[in-house]
Design a protein. Structure first.
Length: 363
């Protein structure tokens, strides 16, 4: 029985696969979604504080200086491939309006918030032929295999909510431009849908691509594309990243570049620093951001079962049990026969050793 139990546990352990990682898996310092979820019963906070400066050439060099807080809260749901996320932030800024009112004013408010789900539907690392147990070995990490070109793929979808009309369609200058250009207000709530891919190369390089459609249902729907490249340094606690982002809609389009560095303080805590800006002057944009990611880990491994293998295993156990019963039955039959034979032999021996009685004749 112990051997059968051991075999069953071994069978389960060989089919184990989880999105969960031993160290924190954060989207920071970038802004893209990684394809993998964080794992069941894992709660993660990704928070940053930034300082930014914008100047718009076509609006008489109207300037915006601000500080902000951004956050992303992620939680791994019942299925390993699924997570829920809530993103948002807070802005405190100073606006120098040289275009509309010719004055300077301060304001603070909650920025756009979003809630959504992300689901991994293709994971190349589950294919043992592509990624064997020596995937992280020294030899395999020194060359790129053709199978590395197949990315992990996930979809994400949800809705965005704006608490006020000060920033719309991601345009910090929207209020200054709206009346002049006759733009319509952004809907208070609008859906979004996107695709995320993730490739791993040489054991140290990670490439993430995101493409999403946002403000769906609006005349000013937006396409958002993000390319993120991350490299793990010789000291595995340190990594660097570069990111390129394109946003495009009828009101505001831009290209951004971002660079940064991250340090793994503990397996559940990461800190990072990043900076970046835009390639144009309508508006020009530069920022610096410092943040951290903190994981609260309640994860326990689940053992997914291959139904076909389980059926075969159960059939094998059933056959073994049946054979065991037959053997027991045959053993009992043989034992019974042996006992009967033993009793017969003892009886014969006793009879043979019994003394013969002498007969006396009485006259």
């Amino acid at each position: 029985m112990k051997n059968k139990l051991f075999g069953f546990l071994f069978f389960l352990s060989t089919s184990l696969f989880s999105q969960y990682t031993e160290t924190i898996n954060s989207n920071r310092p970038g802004t893209s979604h990684g394809a993998f979820s964080i794992g069941t019963n894992v709660l993660q906070f990704e928070i940053g504080g930034n300082n930014y400066v914008l100047s718009h050439l076509n609006l008489n060099n109207s300037e915006i200086r601000g500080i902000g807080v951004v956050y992303n809260i992620r939680y791994g749901l019942y299925f390993e491939n699924l997570e829920i996320f809530v993103k948002g932030g807070y802005i405190d800024r100073k606006v120098k309006d040289n275009f509309k009112l010719n004055l300077t004013f301060k304001e603070n408010f909650l920025s756009e918030h979003s809630i959504g789900l992300k689901y991994l539907f293709f994971d190349p690392f589950k294919n043992k032929k592509w990624h064997s147990e020596d995937f992280y070995s020294w030899k395999s990490s020194k060359k790129i295999k053709w199978t590395d070109l197949f990315p992990a793929i996930s979809v994400f979808a949800g809705g965005e909510y704006i608490f006020n009309k000060k920033i719309q369609y991601d345009d910090q200058y929207f209020n200054l431009k709206q009346e002049y250009y006759g733009y319509e207000d952004q809907k208070t709530f609008s859906p979004f849908f996107g695709l995320a891919t993730q490739n791993h190369f040489l054991g140290k390089w990670v490439v993430v691509n995101n493409i999403s459609l946002e403000n769906i249902g609006s005349d000013y729907s937006k396409i958002n594309y993000i390319f993120t490249l991350t490299h793990n340094l010789k000291n595995p606690r340190w990594s660097i990243f570069a990111e390129y982002q394109i946003i495009d809609n009828k009101i505001y389009s831009d290209n951004f570049f971002k660079f940064g560095i991250a340090n793994l303080v503990t397996k559940n805590l990461q800190v990072d620093l990043n900076f970046g800006g835009s390639f144009k002057d309508t508006p020009s944009n530069s920022y610096v951001d410092f943040g951290f990611s903190k994981r609260i880990d309640w994860h326990t491994d689940k053992l997914p079962i291959d139904r076909k293998k389980l059926k075969e295993f159960r059939k094998k156990i059933k056959q073994e049990n049946k054979a065991e019963k037959i053997n027991k039955k045959d053993s009992k039959k043989v034992e019974k026969q042996n006992k009967k034979q033993s009793r017969l032999e003892k009886k014969q021996i006793k009879k043979a050793n019994k003394p013969t009685r002498k007969k006396f004749i009485i006259f």
